[in-house]
Design a protein around this ligand. Sequence first.
Ligand SMILES: [Zn+2]
Length: 347
Amino acid sequence: MSNTRNALPNMSLLSVAGIIFLSCFPLTLFGADFSLSWPTPNPAFSQGLQIAKFLQKTGPEKPFSSGAYGCVRNNGNKFHEGLDLFPVKRDASGRADDIVFAAMDGIVRHASRTSTHSSYGKYLVLEHPGVKPALYSLYAHLSEIDSHIKPGVPVKVASRLGIMGNTSSFRIPLNRSHLHFELGLRLSDHFQTWYAKRPFNTPNRHGNFSGFNLVGLNPLSFYESYKSKSMATPLSFIQSLPIVAKVRVRSSRIPDFVKRYPALSIKLKPGESPKAWDAYFAAHGFPVRVEPASGEPPKGKSPYRILSYDEAADSASRKCRGIIIHNGKQWAPSDQLTSYLELIFTP
Ligand SMILES: [Zn+2]
């Protein structure tokens, strides 16, 4: 959708209108060649307010950054793949009552309505084929998913999806109700094949939309970049991420990742069948590019060879989600990155 409306009159109307009014009107920002909505009624981000005005921290003594993306949990040792956004409205019994809105035009891909089936609780995933690349967005810990939200249903930006809550397979206290919100890329169309080969003791109930198969980017940076008009499409945002590691992978199968996200690859010539691929990763293992290898496939037992690794660029993610390790002799993918590589290349 093109930017045909000026953001300012909309913003000022909202900022004088107050929270109750706002809960009926999600905040659509205008800054690029597509429309992006904040997923909750809280106007704080669009008003330029600090994170304390919208991020849900993990406990009373914790910093507000504990609700942000990155190495923010357990003193920086645990990764958090999205944003936790607190409610601005509660009902008489103290339950969160914020409507949750679609971030962009998209299609419902998954709606999991049984709280105990995931640490995400009741959650839903949209994919956004109208943007390049076709990001997913994920909305978790909902108290309620609207009844029309079913796989295949198209949704408009800023349309209603459900109600914020505190559902999860673990306990989230009522006073910490929040929306866990993610944006990112999906690794494989064959997640179940990968899952079945591993010693998980619960069934995969989420098809290709299990959290294992989704890799989130930093939503706050994404929204900031959109708001400041420094990106035209998600592609320019992704291309601006510093590359941490480049890995060559021996595989003669064309990954569905490159078919799903052609903007993150290069078009194969007719009849071309690469024997190896080069994969580029940003911090936390976010896949930025996958293209036919520019040289020979890795030889030897491991199908992977680290072509480059920028330790300085990895400083933000090493503590909680290192993607490259040194095995005594050479650099190698961490277990986390190995999972990502398997899912992209050999599920
Ligand atoms: Zn979260």
